[in-house]
Design a protein around this ligand. Sequence first.
Ligand SMILES: [Zn+2]
Ligand SMILES: [Zn+2]
Length: 385
Amino acid sequence: MAKRDYYEVLGLSKGASAQEIKKAYRKLSKQYHPDINKEPGADEKFKEITEAYEILSDDNKKAQYDQFGHAAFEQGNYGGGGFGGFGGGFSGADFDDLGDIFSSFFGGGGRGRRNPNAPRQGEDLLHRLNISFEESVFGVKKAVKFRKDVTCEKCNGSGAKDASSTTTCTTCHGSGSETFVQQSIFGQVQSQRTCSRCNGTGKIIKDKCAHCFGKGYNNKEVEYEVDIPAGIENGQRVRLSGKGGPGVNGGPAGDLFIEVIVPEDKYFHRDGDDIYTELELSPAQAALGTKIDVRTLNGEIELNVPAGTQYGRKFKLAGKGVKNVRGYGVGDHYIIAIIKIPKDLSQRERELYEELAKIRGEKSSEGEGFFEKAKRKINKALDDL
Ligand SMILES: [Zn+2]
Ligand SMILES: [Zn+2]
């Protein structure tokens, strides 16, 4: 027997006010209350009136009923959490996500589920490699050795002993997912979950490959030769196509990324493709000028230091920096002049500095007192140890 409309039960029309609903219930409950009315069927009638009133006197439930009719309260959802969130209405259902609900409810097919037998690319892998500063500047070929999963060569990744040991899963017919029907406020809702029999693979392997125990891959040590390009910097990566994790269902392997770790050099300071080094000069060298050998990435060169070179002066050696890793030219090498002031002057040196100061009319602490002389001798003795 089809359920009667709640408004009809109370003798009202849709859109009746809360006041009207209450009034109708009072009137009818007095009329059909089992304590008052002993006529056959009065009991059923009273239950019907009470149920209608419970729904229509509750704003939330009334709103659901107005929208979905009796379907809103079927399958134990009566008195449930209402329509505020989907969770309230669906009890115990194991949905993958809301997409499943919508695609099945609106019946348009929705988004397709991934075919479990479609070939898929393997995972990308990352391996770190230590190289020297020189190797980063000039490039290097290196062998890298590590363990990774490799497609089983016996079964070609299928995990089966031979072609006849694999059958299509009869539970999901190869789709990898099961459909189940759930009652809800929408009426019947079809939903999908991963097939419990085949774990979503769509296949059942009767006889597993003995070499990989059915996994389709084995963990093995591999060795690859990597071409590290000149100009690479700490933290940059080289990609080795197809040397990553094994593909699934005959799909291609992922990629392998080699990330280089380059230590700082004590002498060459790198900034992008440019190199900075310091050049120590004595006050005499800076004042008089000199020719001096300096180390560059490509060997020593003779640098012409002009007279009157100031502290911090930058000498640029164009094109003597690092080759750009992407082939965009070569950086420069900058040499920064540092003037080193001597700390332990000999007697003779001191006399010359004093004379120099005198010539230039500069004030200086003249002569060496007994205390200074003693201190200098002790320091010298300690340095000579
Ligand atoms: Zn299955
Ligand atoms: Zn195998």
